[in-house]
Design a binder for this molecule. Sequence first.
Ligand code: HEC
Ligand code: HEC
Length: 190
Amino acid sequence: MMKRLAVCLMLAGPLLAPAQAATAADSKSEGEKLYMEMNRVLTHPRCLNCHPAGDSPKQGDSARFHVPPMTRGPKDSGPPGMHCAACHQSSNYAASGVPGAPNWHLAPLSMAWENKTPGEICRQILDRRRNGNKSLTEIVKHLTEDELVAWGWNPGTDVARRVREPVPIAKPEFNRIVHAWAKAGAVCPQ
Ligand code: HEC
Ligand code: HEC
């Protein structure tokens, strides 16, 4: 009797383990897939131009340095006497081509995404020491409700009166993906 049970357990062991491992791997790769979709938005110039690695915001689809030349200044809102808000209003200004949204300023250097891999960006936005001390719930809220983020879907026209390209993936679909990613454990690619 005891011997038969032991044989059963020995047989069951290796049979169960791969099945469980497969489930974990499935949800991991599902989470990674969701993040890779989100990453298409995050690394679009509409987002990246405000999350640069250096001292200057970028402009346009080719991410050229900001004209007129601009630095982040002590609070990421421009140097003294030349704040972002001097030109950027709380909404797009069609007549001048200056984009706008409430409290327009640069993402701090700890939140720079330029030249980073999807995995690096993902881990960074989840890292409370670098993301402005935001919990996962707060990151989801930021991604789905923040007004600077939302500008990426409504970027207006540029100084040459060309329509700026919005980020890919419609907003409701992006929000659905962000919630699904968080629910699946906020998995990051390698
Ligand atoms: C006008 C500049 C601007 C634009 C455009 C912008 N951001 Fe940001 N972003 C910021 C600033 C400033 C912060 C810091 C806000 C804070 O900590 O409260 C930030 C923070 C974030 C964070 C917080 C976590 C972190 O580590 O970065 C996320 C996520 C984020 N932005 C996503 C986006 C996405 C997605 C887009 C494009 C759809 C975007 N942002 C476009 C300025 C911008
Ligand atoms: C003297 C006016 C002025 C100031 C000050 C200014 N900007 Fe701009 N900014 C502009 C103009 C004009 C454009 C539009 C350029 C275009 O469409 O070709 C622009 C475009 C941008 C864009 C490009 C959006 C895109 O995706 O193409 C970003 C990002 C930006 N500014 C960030 C900032 C930040 C951050 C600050 C403060 C640190 C700032 N700007 C200060 C005039 C200014």
